[in-house]
Structures are given as C-alpha cells and as structure tokens.
Design a protein around this ligand. Structure first.
Ligand SMILES: *Cc1c(COP(=O)(O)O)cnc(C)c1O
Length: 801
C-alpha cells in the first residue's frame, strides 16, 4: 500500500489520542504498540475485505489449513514489511522521538504452538497469502500459550503465558459466525417422515465456538488472508439455562491451554475435546461458506481443499461425513467420495509415541455420533480391502483396532494425499510407519519438504545481512528466494566475504548484549557461536552437545597453555513439564554452564549459555548470530527440521547427522560446506533389525569417553547428583536408546575440525556464503506452491522464477 510519512504520523497521534486520551509523550511502549497495531489493522482492512470478496466473486477454490498449533511470532514488523510500509512507519516513529525497536518488543509473542509444527503452519500462512492463494488457517485461540520458562537453581520452572492480558490487536471477534459443537449425550438414528434415518440427540453438552480472525497480509500484493482461531464459550441459551460452575469450567477448559508436549501423544479426554472442537467448528463454517454461493454439493471438492496438519485435526473427516449425511441427506458413497477428495494429510513424525490413538470407550462417550461414523468407515474399509489384502494387513491398518481409534490410519484412509516432510521421512513412512497403508494406497503418498518464511527469518530478523545482499544482487530475491543463488558469483570476492564477517559480528554483538543484560554473562564475540535451539528431546540429543562441552572444558583444564579457538555454546529449549529426562538434561547443562562460566582459568575460551524461554522472538535474535547450527538428531528421528533451514539462510554452517532435511541442505549447499557425521538411518535400522547395539562397547573402547561420561557422576559438576546418575544410567544401563555413544567419536572429530577451520576467516565466510546462496530453495513459498499444484489443485498468482 501507499502511505506518506506525514499522513502516518497524523493518524498515529490521533489513534493515541482516541485510545488513551493523553499526549504521546505520556504513553508507554505497550500503549504505543497497541495503538499502532490498531492503526495498521485499519490500513489493512481494505485489502482484507477486498481479498475475501474477490475469492467469492471468482468462486476460487479455498484451502483450509487445519492445525492445532500456529506459532506466528510477533506480527507488527511482518505486517509492515508485507504491506510495504516498514520504512515509512519506522521513520515516522523515529521522527516522533519514539523507539521503534522498543515498540516492536512490547508486542506479546503468541505462543500458540510447541515448536516446529506450529511454526510451519505460520510460515505456510505467510506463503499462501504471499502467493496470492485463497488460503485460510483454522486453529485454536488458546487463552494461555505455551508456558513461560524460567530457571531456578538451574531447573526449569513453568509459568503461565498470559498473552491475552492486554487483548490481541490483530484479531476480530466474529460472534455472528459462531457455531455449536456437540459433545457427549446419547444419539440414535430415527426414521423421519420422508423415510430417511436421522440422528436424534439427547443430553448433549453443547459448546459455542466463536471465531477470532487474524489478517494474514501477503508480501507486496494487497492480498490479506484469514487465520481463524476458535474460542469455546457458553452457548447462547446460557441466559435461560442454569449452568453449574463445573459445566462452565468444562467449557472454559476446552480452549484454555495448549498441551505443552510435542512428542508424546497425551491420551487425555480434554485433548480429544480440543481436537473435535476446532475440527467441527472449522468444518461447519466451511460448509456454511460454501453454500453462500452454491446450491448443491456437487462442486464441493472442486471448491474446497482441507488440509490436516498432523493427526490432531483428523476428525474433520468424520465431521464432514456427519454434516453431509445428517444435514444434507447425502448417501454414504457420495459423502465418502466428496470427503476423500477434499482431505489431504501431512504426517510429521515416525516416532511411535507421538502417533495419536484414542481409547474407544473415551471416544465413544465424548463423540457418540462421530464414533458411529468411524465405525462405519472401519466396517466398509474391512469389507473392501480384506479380499484383496487379507485379514492381517487390514487388521493392522483399520481405523479401529486394539480397542483404539487410530488417528493416522483414519487420516490416510479418508484423504486423497498423504505426505511426509523431507525425502528421507517420506521413504521411512513408506518403508516403516505406514508401510501397510502404502501397499494399499501407493498413489496417495508423496513428499513435500518443509520450508521457512525467509521474509521473517532473513529479511526481518537479519536486517544487516539483508542490506548487504540487496546491495550486491538487488531485491528480487525477496519474492523469489532462489535468486539468492546468484550470490555464489561472489564466493571469491574477498571484500564481500569480509563484509559478511562484519555482519555476523554485528549480530553476535546484539545477542551478546542481550545475554549480558538478561543473564549477566559476558560473551566473547570473536568466539565460535555454536547454537542448538529446538525443543528439548532425547532424540534431538542436546546431551551429545553437552558431552562435547565437558570435553572442551577438560581439555582446557588439562592443557591451560594450549591455543584453543574460543567457543560459546548457546542453547534454547523448553522441555515438556512432564518429561523428566529432558528436564534433567536442562539441569545438567545449566550446572555445566555454572561450572564453566565461573572458572577463572577458563576465561574467555569457553562459555555456555542456556537462554531461557526460547520462542520465535528469541529465535529471531539468536539465529542471525550463529556460526554453527547443531542438527544432531539420531538419524531417522527428525522428520524434517526447520531451524536447520533458518540457520542456513543466516549463514551458519551445519554440524549435522544425515537426518530429515539436513540431507537436502547438505546436498543443496555442498557437503564441503557443512560438517556431517554419525550413523545413517540405514545404520540405525540395521541395529534395530539385528538387535545388536551395545552402547557399552563404545564406552569400553574409548578412555576419553569414559572420563567424560564418568564426570556426570563423580561430582566434577556440582549439583547434579540425581540428574547425573539418571543420564549416566540412560547411556550405560539402559543401552543408550538414541545412539549418543555410537556417534560421540565422529561428532567430536567434526567439532575439532570446526575449531581448526574457523580461524581462516575467508574460507569460513566462503562456506557461509555457500549456505546463504543455496538456502532459497527452502523457502516456504516453493513448498506451498508444490502443495498447491500437487495436492490442493489451487491456482496462485505470484510467479516464482
Ligand atoms: C523453527 C522453530 C522450531 C523448530 O526447530 P527444529 O530445530 O526444527 O525442531 C521450534 N521452535 C521455534 C520457536 C522455531 O522458530
């Protein structure tokens, strides 16, 4: 949009006056942010209205991306950037004597997701709008986001994230679009006068689903799409009906908190209620919207694509069936044909413990009509497939089995497309996790490698680098990130390489200032910034990184005169509150940090910082400052990873196992520009098949490793008596489930090579440049374009070169 600075400043001053009835100089940064947010939303309102109108007028096919998490990060700067008014607004505010950065930081960071899954959904929202695609998000408006993490005596403590305390400036409450969602009670089918069987419900608990819409502005294209988040409220009859406090609480609870575990499926009834709640409300509003402009269901699947991001929204399948059967009198076959043609599903994990399964008793009690429909899907599946594939395969893959509703199987059976999120992951789905279903439906399976929003993770998060790149190759890459590849022409331009090093130094200083202020630790910015930021999980192996720190510490202690390349090890990670082992790893790393950072003989050579409360905003600060990107999951366990892509595009070199999208990153940037090590997925599966992994052998054969692992239990690290033993036992007594000891030697060798290589600034920056140049292919714009072409069959406007 076009905006003159003078108009903006007048509008802003008026907004402040109207909202707070005081002069600008008396307002806080938070008030300034809120007023600015409202003003920007108003600026965008035209685009938003026009976009929805034009989709309706053109009868465009709509994509609805269902995800139980959206982790958008702060929206002020990304909205300004996408609306093309970032410079005008920041300069206007500066000329009013205001601190733009402080205003941006006053915005709460909505923690409506745990990690990669929710962040992916948010990146895809940005790309759908930026591609000019009719894409909508559908999720839950959690009253409290993911807990706020603080450390007390090195232990993680969880505090509530009251992100809505001052409201959410970006949202619009649309009570007139609310729907009723039914839980519990009894249901039976009754023959109507017209002969049709329709369900009759008795004693149900009804919940009102109220949508809150957030505009998703596209990049410089005047398109604004909608992210719709649902909130649970008392139904409108509440005035006449008596609701006990218990009943009110039961309704409030549905959208009160996000489940804080992203790797263990919680078999709790509240989670199932959350899942049905947003699946049902979303599906109802989609059908209602469709019928605004259509009179028959005939074109439904041509006009609507529903995407199931991981299994949590799988109940959209039986819910659409319910609506078609019960409310539109469709035959089963027609309803099923429409449903499967509408739905598509992305699988995000191969870990058994993360696959959702619901006890049938719980499911049936909570969702009796939906259960009847799932039973019928199951029955027909068995009837159709058993003659071809036999009892065993069909029993193993049916939606109902072992007394459970198996969500992933239901999702595959009820969708026309099933995708993994990196080539290795998709292969493992076909070979292992969903192998039987792959035999039955080979045509459904495809790969869509994850992507990231470069505009957020590079253009906004790393302004100095963006400026440097723009200066070198212009700005076309902002809408066509693959053009970053043209940077490789400058790989021998030593002046440019030194400029890259200067940019990195600026970003490291900015992070160091934050760490100084918040943690009172002084970082040596000429050290290697070695970064591992992601959820704390055994398979991600923060422990392997911790062992390296112990090794470096002992090495400096043993050889005080040795010339070492200084290191700063930087962690950011939340552990699920109930994940005992992960919390022990946090405690151990914090204890190590205390030991190392306070040892005067170590000085500047080694520092360890575990920055509390990792989230999108901290990521934006840490990622541009990274020299090394630790992507060291046990091969086969990380479906794709996306922090690997964010770090790559900011010039970090990967220290990585051949897992998930690391493989594709290495291929794109060239193996000589990364540090890869360790067991491959084939090696890991080999151990599983033979059953012959012996962690103890790796330990027995390596005296250095014995000393390092031993230091977990010999009081060298103060304050970790129980945690040290627990981790020690996980490695030696319980045979090291994630192959830490098997990969140790190879990992350490690469760390030593890094310490050596880092000293050659030009060679290092040349490899950093190779990473930046190759990173464009991991832009979410391309990923979403592939979804649009191959899965959703929807057109988009932006031309990707
Ligand atoms: C990108 C991102 C993640 C995902 O990180 P992985 O290392 O791919 O697991 C998690 N949390 C936040 C806040 C992110 O921005």
């Amino acid at each position: 949009m076009k905006l003159k600075e003078a108009k903006f400043t007048t509008d802003f001053i008026n907004e402040i006056k109207a909202m707070y009835a005081v002069d600008l100089k008396e307002t806080s940064s938070l008030e300034q942010f809120i007023a600015l947010g409202h003003l920007i939303k108003r600026y965008d309102a035209d685009n938003w209205t026009r976009t929805s109108k034009s989709y309706r007028k053109n009868d465009d096919k709509q994509v609805y991306y269902f995800s139980i998490e959206f982790l958008p990060g702060r929206l002020l700067q990304s909205n300004l950037l996408n609306l093309d008014i970032l410079d005008t607004v920041s300069s206007g505010l500066k000329n009013l004597g205001l601190d733009f950065e402080k205003i941006c930081e006053a915005e709460p960071d909505p923690g409506l997701g745990n990690g990669g899954l929710g962040r992916l959904a948010a990146c895809y929202m940005d790309s759908m709008a930026s591609l000019g695609m009719a894409g909508n998000g559908n999720g839950i408006r959690y009253r409290y986001g993911l807990f706020k993490q603080v450390f007390m005596n090195g232990y993680q403590v969880e505090l509530p994230d009251d992100w809505l305390r001052n409201g959410n400036v970006w949202e619009v409450r649309r009570e007139n679009r609310a729907c009723l969602v039914r839980f519990g009670g009894h249901v039976w089918l009754q023959e109507q006068e017209d002969g049709a069987l329709r369900p009759v419900y008795d004693h149900t608990d009804d919940v009102l689903a109220v949508p809150y819409d957030i505009g998703m502005a596209g990049y410089h294209n005047d398109v604004t799409n909608t992210l719709r988040l649902w909130s649970a409220e008392l139904p409108p009859s509440a005035d006449q009906t008596y609701y006990s406090q218990q009943q009110r609480d039961n309704i409030d609870d549905i959208t009160k908190v996000l489940y804080p575990d992203d790797s263990n499926a919680e078999g709790r009834s509240l989670r199932l209620r959350q899942e049905y709640f947003f699946s049902s409300a979303g599906m109802q509003s989609i059908v209602r919207h469709y019928f605004l402009d259509h009179t028959s269901l005939k074109y439904f699947a041509q006009k609507v694509a529903v995407h199931i991001n991981d299994t949590h929204p799988t109940l959209v399948i039986p819910e659409l069936m319910r609506i078609l059967l019960d409310e539109y009198d469709c035959s089963w076959d027609t309803a099923w044909q429409i449903t499967a043609a509408t739905m598509s599903y992305t699988n995000h994990t191969i870990m058994q413990e993360a696959l959702e399964k619901w006890p049938i008793d719980m499911f049936k009690g909570l969702l009796p009509r939906i259960y009847q429909i799932v039973e019928e899907i199951d029955r027909r599946y068995r009837v159709e497939k058993t003659p071809i594939f036999g009892d065993n395969v069909v029993d193993r893959t049916a939606p109902l089995g072992d007394g459970q509703v198996r969500m992933a199987y239901l999702a595959v059976i009820g969708s026309h497309s099933v995708n993994g999120v990196a080539p290795l992951h998709t292969e493992l789905l076909k070979k292992d996790v969903l192998a039987d279903l792959y035999r039955i439906y080979p045509e459904k399976f495809n790969n869509k490698t994850n992507g990231i929003a470069d505009r957020r993770w590079l253009e906004l998060a790393n302004r100095p680098l963006t400026k440097l790149i723009d200066h070198k190759i212009g700005t076309d890459w902002h809408s066509n990130p693959k053009q970053l590849q043209t940077l490789s022409a400058f790989e021998n331009d030593t002046e440019f390489l030194h400029q890259l090093a200067e940019v990195k130094a600026i970003n490291k200083q900015k992070l160091a200032d934050y760490v100084q202020e918040k943690m009172n630790i002084t970082l040596n910015t000429s050290a290697i910034f070695d970064v591992q930021i992601k959820r704390l999980h055994a398979y991600k192996r923060q422990l392997l990184h911790a062992l390296e720190i112990i090794r470096e510490y002992l090495d400096i202690k043993d050889h005080p005169k040795k010339d070492v390349t200084p290191r700063v090890h930087i962690f950011g990670a939340k552990a699920a509150p109930s994940y005992h082992y992960a919390k022990s790893v946090i405690k151990v790393i914090n204890a190590l940090a205390d030991l190392v950072n306070n040892d005067p003989t170590i000085g500047d050579k080694l520092k360890v910082v575990f920055i509390p409360n990792y989230g999108v905003s901290l990521g934006e600060l840490i990622i541009p400052a990274a020299d090394i990107s630790e992507q060291i999951s046990t091969a086969s366990k990380e479906a794709s990873g996306t922090s690997n892509m964010k770090l790559m595009t900011n010039g970090a070199l990967s220290l990585a196992t051949m897992d998930g999208a690391n493989i594709d990153i290495v291929k794109a940037a060239g193996a000589e520009n990364e540090y890869t090590f360790g067991l491959t997925a084939d090696d890991v599966y080999g151990y599983y098949h033979r059953g012959d992994y012996r962690a103890r052998t790796f330990y027995d054969d390596n005296p250095e490793l014995q000393r390092i692992v031993g230091s977990l239990i010999d009081n060298m690290i103060p304050g970790i008596t129980t945690e040290g033993h627990e981790i020690y036992d996980s490695l030696l007594q319980y045979n090291d489930e994630y192959f830490v000891l098997a990969d140790y030697a190879a990992y350490v060798a690469k760390q030593e090579k890094i310490s050596h290589d880092f000293n050659d600034v030009e060679a290092w920056q040349k490899r950093s440049l190779a990473n930046i140049a190759a990173s464009g292919t991991f832009s979410a714009d391309y990923a979403v374009a592939r979804y649009a072409e191959d899965i959703w069959q929807v057109p988009y406007n932006r031309i990707l070169k």
